[in-house]
Write a protein that binds this ligand. Structure first.
Ligand code: ZN
Length: 201
C-alpha cells in the first residue's frame, strides 16, 4: 500500500476543510482534490475551548491534511474512537481509515440533525393573500421523505410534481428515496419561486 502523504494539492485540501467546517453540507465521502475519486473522509477531535484537530484523508490515493483548527459547535466526537490512537498523526490515519464507514455514518447523523427536515409547498396566488400551505415534504426518522397534504388533492399534486425527482447535479434527477438530499435540492431549487416558497425547520 502506498504511504500517506500531505504534500499534494495542499491548498485544495485546506480549502476543502474550510468548506466542510463552515457549510451545512455534511456529505461524505467527498471528492479528492488530488485523485478526483469520491474517497475523502474527515474526522475532527475537540481538545476543549473550541480548538481541536482535523484530519482529511483520501482512502484511495492516501493524500491527507492534518491541522489544528477551530472545531465548529455542531461537531460531536465519536465515542468509539480512542484519542490515544490519534497520536502521532500518521498512525491516526491508519486507525481512522479502518473505521471510515462508521465516520461517514457519523457525518450523516450530524447532517440529519442539523439541516432541512421539512420543505413546504405553498400557494402564493396573490401577493396580498396569506400564503396557504398545501403540502409538506417531511424527513422521517427512517430517512425517507413522506408527503403530508392538507387535502387529498393537494397531496396528489405534490406527489405528481415530484414524481420524477428534483433536478440534481450534472443533469441528474434525485428521487424521494434519497431522503435528506432530495429535501435539500427541493429547498434550494425552488427557493424564492412563486408557488414553492420553502420553509426550513
Ligand atoms: Zn485521492
Amino acid at each position: 500500500m502506498s504511504p500517506w502523504r500531505d504534500d499534494v494539492a495542499r491548498d485544495e485540501f485546506c480549502t476543502l476543510l474550510a468548506e466542510i467546517l463552515s457549510s451545512d453540507d455534511r456529505r461524505m465521502p467527498r471528492t479528492c482534490p488530488a485523485c478526483k475519486q469520491s474517497a475523502i473522509h474527515a474526522y475532527l477531535r475537540a481538545d476543549g475551548d473550541g480548538q481541536g484537530t482535523a484530519w482529511l484523508w483520501c482512502s484511495d490515493c492516501r493524500c491527507f491534511l492534518h491541522e489544528g483548527t477551530r472545531i465548529p459547535a455542531w461537531w460531536q466526537d465519536i465515542d468509539g474512537i480512542d484519542p490515544l490512537k490519534l497520536v502521532p498523526a500518521l498512525s491516526a490515519l491508519d486507525a481512522l481509515d479502518e473505521v471510515r464507514a462508521d465516520i461517514d455514518l457519523h457525518w450523516k447523523r450530524l447532517s440529519l440533525r442539523r439541516t432541512v427536515s421539512v420543505v413546504e409547498l405553498r400557494s402564493l396566488e396573490s401577493p396580498h393573500e396569506k400564503p396557504e400551505t398545501w403540502a409538506r415534504f417531511v424527513l422521517c426518522s427512517d430517512g425517507h421523505v413522506r408527503v403530508v397534504g392538507n387535502t387529498p388533492n393537494a397531496k396528489r399534486y405534490a406527489e405528481k410534481i415530484t414524481a420524477n425527482g428534483v433536478p440534481g447535479p450534472r443533469g441528474t434527477y434525485v428521487k424521494r428515496e434519497a431522503g435528506l438530499e432530495f429535501l435539500q435540492l427541493l429547498a434550494e431549487n425552488f427557493r424564492g419561486s412563486r408557488e414553492w416558497a420553502t420553509r426550513v425547520f
